[in-house]
Every structure is written in structure tokens, then in C-alpha cells.
Write a protein that binds this ligand. Structure first.
Ligand SMILES: [Zn+2]
Ligand SMILES: [Zn+2]
Length: 133
């Protein structure tokens, strides 16, 4: 992957650019992703350097989803774009908000303890009970 990676929310109020290659993408089946994204799972790709992520239009609304992390979303259309560790150590983007979500494919499932029995992606990717083995 080379060059700028761009994406944004559905209404266009929020746009972003990532200047570094994306790391691997994962399905996250945790309850926080399920509830904040209104979806059986979130699909996030890590940004190798959090400072390589920039909003190029708009200011996100911020929701502190746990003691350590926050979710950033569009206050107009509700689209959830970013997971960010509040200590600045990690930032992940919601893969489906990329202008071209096909540039990266999820290769891992995490927090599978709360995965929904009727949600099956039918792949053979590794599955971890939490975020790390
Ligand atoms: Zn929006
Ligand atoms: Zn999650």
C-alpha cells in the first residue's frame, strides 16, 4: 500500500487521511463494538503510527467507551470512524469507512466470547477470546 489512504462518514461532514500503511484488520466481536457500531462486529484496521491519522474535514464527536479508549464518530450521521487509546498508543479505523474498503481484508477475530451464534463469516482466520493470544 502506498500513498494517502482516505475515508469518511456517510454524510461527508467528517473526512480523514492516513499517511502510513494500515496494519492488519480484525473483526472485533466485543460488546462495546457491537453497541457503539450497532453491528454484530466492528472491523478495524490499526494505523502503524497514530499521528499519521488526520481529520481533513470536520471535528468528530468523542465517546469514552471504556477507561482506556474512546470512539470518534460523526455527530450528524452517526457513523463510527475511529477507535483511539486515550494514552495515544493506538488508533484503529473502521475499515468500512475507507473510500475503498477493499484495500484491506480482515484476517483475525478478537473478543470471540461475545460473538453472536448467528453471525458467521465462514472463514478460517484465527479466533481469540480477547484482543491478544
Ligand atoms: Zn457524517
Ligand atoms: Zn471491539
Amino acid at each position: 500500500m502506498s500513498g494517502a489512504i482516505e475515508g469518511g462518514c456517510h454524510c461527508g461532514a467528517l473526512r480523514y487521511r492516513v499517511d502510513e500503511p494500515l496494519q492488519h484488520a480484525s473483526y472485533c466481536h466485543c460488546r462495546i463494538c457491537q453497541r457503539t457500531m450497532g453491528s454484530p462486529a466492528g472491523i478495524f484496521a490499526g494505523v502503524s503510527k497514530p499521528e499519521a491519522f488526520h481529520y481533513t474535514a470536520g471535528e468528530p464527536r468523542i465517546f469514552a467507551s471504556s477507561e482506556k479508549a474512546q470512539r470518534e464518530f460523526c455527530g450528524t450521521c452517526g457513523c463510527h470512524l475511529v477507535f483511539r487509546r486515550r494514552d495515544g498508543s493506538r488508533l484503529s479505523i473502521n475499515v468500512v469507512t475507507l473510500d475503498d474498503p477493499s484495500i484491506i481484508e480482515p484476517t483475525l477475530h478478537i473478543w470471540t466470547e461475545s460473538s453472536l451464534s448467528w453471525f458467521d463469516t465462514r472463514d478460517d482466520h484465527p479466533r481469540r477470546l480477547q484482543s491478544k493470544a
